[in-house]
Design a protein around this ligand. Structure first.
Ligand code: PPS
Length: 578
């Protein structure tokens, strides 16, 4: 490690923001240009291109640069660059573009934030890109890698490369004072007299182990510390950045005064392990850091569904080790930190004294404790950090929940739903909304019929409303027929990230429903007066993922509703005594 060769605060920074006059000129000219509304990931990439975090890049990659990065991590002029930074567009938009053309790049509200001078246009082989950039030889199923999923499921088919001119930076309304650009961070470090700065990259809340690790790293090399969490896009399912930033703010006072600071990085991570580590190092160098902490499985997505890791635990460290001198930023490699209760101390996993027992709390265990409201021990986290986590991950009995009843017409869904609503109202504590099939048809879906397409739209609407209620801590009881499996699963996936989802199959047999025929609909369906009638002339796909199955032939609605209450209690959504 040739630390003395590192110029403090990085090399030359690119700034793609144009003058106000040029911005006016571009805006005027843009009336005749095709436009592209940037995706969430593209907005992140654009921000870091424009503010110089991706220096020396000056735009989205053309084909030659892209090929070079894929095959040997280098741009045509030899510059080391590990990650494709490409602008993917639809064939329709690509059809309006030609070499030498100009594309107006707009934010989701349609405001023009930049222009791209088109130099290249091509259809990439996304499978090849996936294997070249994200592959490793661990034998993991690459198709499950989040970035590969993004390429196959979300990426548009045509790439447009070219120089970018930025009109203004994408607007953020959150934590503005904490979003320091590379130039701002560099001058801030200079002002503070911080010659050596070690950056800590993270996409998770920080606990004691992270605090110990960063403190040790900074002490070892006598550097100041920049906590530099990613607030752009991280791994799907991660804790939202609002919560995480409040956790980092709560942690900051635990460092010695004036030795650590926090700044947020609007990066769209790819979870690309080794290549991503090199990319992170370049980005941190551009932000004026001299060192980057790289731990176990840095920026890796973990393991596939068969438990095979996508990358070797120290693969990222190995690749960055190879390139750090050329990059001019040093890696501070770190092992996993583990806690030794008898010494009340954290040790790097390879420095634990012989015979000393260590403990750890896994991410899964952490989530379980938060969900059930079980305490996180003080050796594991700081109480202020825990309090922030608890605010946004309340225990299940304080979270919202959707009870989704599905079954044939006349199965008893509405009766059970009504009985259940009354029980919830009696318990109190959470607002309750009933989205009954008939009511929804009247108020939300009056224009819809009973074709598969219309039924699916109806269920998606119910799912959307229920997900909003659940996310905000309420109880939604839904009682549509919902005869199709795939849309029921869609609704579950929509709701679960924000709370509970309990699927109840009201499995009253068709002959019982028909015999009851409360609304006389079965008779009409048999006579062909009502078409596409579920169970008679239209399918009902029985759920295989129901949390509760009930047949109302023998039990009363009251007893059925009680069964659901007991299930919710056993899952922690209702606390005993409520
Ligand atoms: S779906 O499939 O989930 O969108 O159906 P849903 O919104 O629950 O609406 C079902 C209610 O509409 C009445 N109805 C029909 N049901 C099924 N098939 C056909 N063709 C049909 N035409 C009208 C019926 O009263 C259903 O109410 P419930 O409460 O289930 O009996």
């Amino acid at each position: 490690m040739a630390n003395h060769l590192i110029a403090p605060h990085g090399g030359a920074l690119v700034n793609l923001l144009v003058s106000e006059e040029r911005a006016r000129e571009l805006k005027e000219a843009s009336r005749d240009w095709p436009s592209w509304n940037l995706t969430e990931r593209q907005i992140c990439d654009l921000e870091l291109l424009v503010n110089g975090a991706f220096s020396p890049m000056r735009g989205f990659m053309g084909r030659e640069a892209y090929e070079g990065v894929l095959t040997d991590l280098r741009m045509p002029d030899g510059t080391l660059w590990p990650m494709p930074i490409t602008l993917d567009v639809t064939e329709e938009v690509a059809g309006t573009l030609g070499e030498g053309g100009t594309l107006a790049l707009r934010d989701p509200e349609g405001v023009m934030v930049a222009v791209l001078h088109v130099e290249d246009l091509w259809t990439p082989d996304l499978q090849r890109e996936a294997a070249a950039v994200f592959g490793s030889d661990t034998g993991a199923n690459l198709a499950e890698h989040p970035a590969v999923r993004y390429l196959t499921e979300q990426s548009n088919p045509v790439y447009v490369g070219g120089r970018v001119e930025g009109l203004h930076l994408p607007v953020h309304y959150d934590f503005r004072a904490l979003r320091l650009s590379p130039a701002e961070l560099r001058s801030h470090f200079a002002k503070l007299g911080w010659q050596k700065v070690v950056a800590f990259q993270t996409r998770n809340p920080m606990h004691r182990a992270h605090q110990e690790l960063t403190l040790r790293a900074a002490k070892e090399i006598e550097a100041s510390l920049l906590i530099h969490p990613v607030v752009g896009m991280t791994k799907p399912g991660d804790i939202d950045h609002y919560t995480r930033v409040r956790c980092y703010q709560a942690l900051l006072p635990s460092y010695p005064k004036n030795t650590a600071m926090l700044s947020l990085l609007p990066l769209a991570m790819r979870m690309g392990g080794p290549r991503e580590a090199v990319w992170h190092a370049i980005i941190r160098k551009n932000h004026g850091c001299t060192h980057l902490i790289v731990g176990r499985d840095h920026a890796g997505p973990g393991s596939d569904s068969a438990g095979k890791p996508f990358y070797g635990a120290y693969e990222a460290q190995e690749l960055l080790e190879k390139h750090q001198d050329e990059l001019g930023i040093s890696m501070v490699p770190f092992k996993l930190m583990v806690y030794a209760p008898e010494h009340d101390t954290y040790y790097p996993s390879d420095e634990v004294p012989d015979g000393v027992e260590t403990v750890n709390i896994s991410g899964t265990e952490q989530r379980r404790r938060l969900q059930l409201g079980i305490e996180l021990p003080p050796w594991f986290t700081f109480s202020d950090v825990e309090a922030e986590l608890r605010k946004s991950s309340p225990p299940r009995h304080k979270q919202g929940v959707t009870v989704f009843l599905t079954g044939l017409s006349g199965a008893g869904k509405s009766t059970i739903a009504n009985a259940l609503m009354v029980k919830f109202l009696e318990m109190g504590g959470r607002p309750v909304t009933l989205l009954d099939g008939d009511l929804v048809r009247k108020h939300l879906s009056s224009e819809l019929g009973f074709s598969k397409e219309h039924r699916d739209i109806n269920i998606r609407r119910i799912g959307f409303v229920a997900s909003e209620i659940t996310k905000n801590g309420g109880i939604a009881i839904c009682a549509p027929i919902a005869p199709y499996d795939s849309v029921r699963r869609e609704v579950r996936a929509m709701i679960e990230p924000g709370g509970g989802f309990i699927l109840v199959h009201v499995a009253t047999p068709l002959d019982v429903c028909e015999e009851r025929d409360r609304k006389g609909l079965y008779a009409k369906a048999r006579a062909g007066i009502i078409k596409e009638f579920t169970g008679i002339s239209d399918p009902y796909e029985e759920p295989t993922d129901a949390d509760i199955v009930m047949d109302t032939t023998d039990l009363t609605p009251e007893e059925e509703a009680h069964k659901i209450v007991l299930h919710l209690e056993s899952e922690g959504y209702i606390r005993g005594g409520e």
